[in-house]
Design a protein around this ligand. Structure first.
Ligand code: SAM
Length: 220
């Protein structure tokens, strides 16, 4: 059996290929998630962990300008893309993006009304550490919604995506696959996330399991 190596950060040479995939699901996946979020939250300070190119924060603030979002990601290249996407949407006042590790957040305790994350959980080396950090930075009564691996993976029209890739992008995707660095995405199951939730301190939670995504909603 092929041995895969877990890499958390989307490597710089794969950032543009990833961005092209996510761009294809803005009107399906991110719109749907943003609609659900603004139907529940109309203002406040949110933190988006593993924000990638920032399309979900852009969709949220486009719908509800009273929300401020800080997106963090390990990838410097994706953070630059997210900043450019926020500027292009005219939302740089409400959206900020910076490089950071979700397992070691630089923020004080209890500063965010909501923590979000789509598509990051499956790639984490220390998921329990991240759950603990989420608990720490959330205000009392605040919520965290973690959707994974995010239908961003399964909703993408792969034919359209592959046709959009340059020779260089295809080369690096193939290279990462050959070296076992581009692990196929696996969805966590309920019984696997329950101990993580328990270890982090959350008592109030709801888990939805679909065929290709787990949606974890936590309340502090
Ligand atoms: C599959 S992408 C999802 C991006 C975006 N949320 C979306 O829905 O398109 C996962 C992202 O999480 C980032 N990431 C992985 N581990 C991280 C960590 N510990 N802290 C911050 N970002 C992380 C990766 O660099 C990558 O951009």
């Amino acid at each position: 059996m092929k041995q895969w190596i877990k890499i958390q950060r989307i490597p710089g040479v794969l950032a543009t290929s990833y961005e092209k995939a996510t761009r294809l699901v803005i009107n399906s996946y991110y719109s749907e998630v943003a609609d659900e979020i603004v139907s529940r939250f109309t203002s406040g300070k949110m933190l988006d962990l593993g924000t990638g190119p920032g399309y979900l924060p852009v969709e949220i603030v486009n719908r509800q300008p009273n929300i401020n979002i800080l997106g963090i990601d390990l990838s410097k290249k994706l953070i630059h893309m997210a900043q450019a996407n926020a500027a292009k949407a005219g939302l740089s006042d409400q959206l900020r993006f910076e490089v950071g590790n979700s397992a070691r957040l630089r923020f004080s305790d209890e500063v965010f009304d909501m923590v979000l994350s789509t598509g990051m959980l499956h790639s984490l080396k220390d998921p329990v550490g991240v759950f603990k950090e989420i608990y720490r930075v959330l205000k009392k009564g605040g919520q965290a919604w973690l959707f994974d691996p995010a239908k961003v993976a399964s909703d993408v029209d792969r034919v359209k995506w592959k046709a959009s890739l340059s020779i260089r992008e295809k080369f690096f995707l193939q290279l990462f696959k050959s070296f076992g660095l581009h692990k196929p995405i696996e969805t966590y199951r309920r019984d696997e996330v329950l101990p993580m939730i328990e270890a982090s301190g959350f008592k109030d939670f709801h888990i939805e399991e679909n065929e290709d995504e787990i949606r974890i909603k936590l309340k502090k």
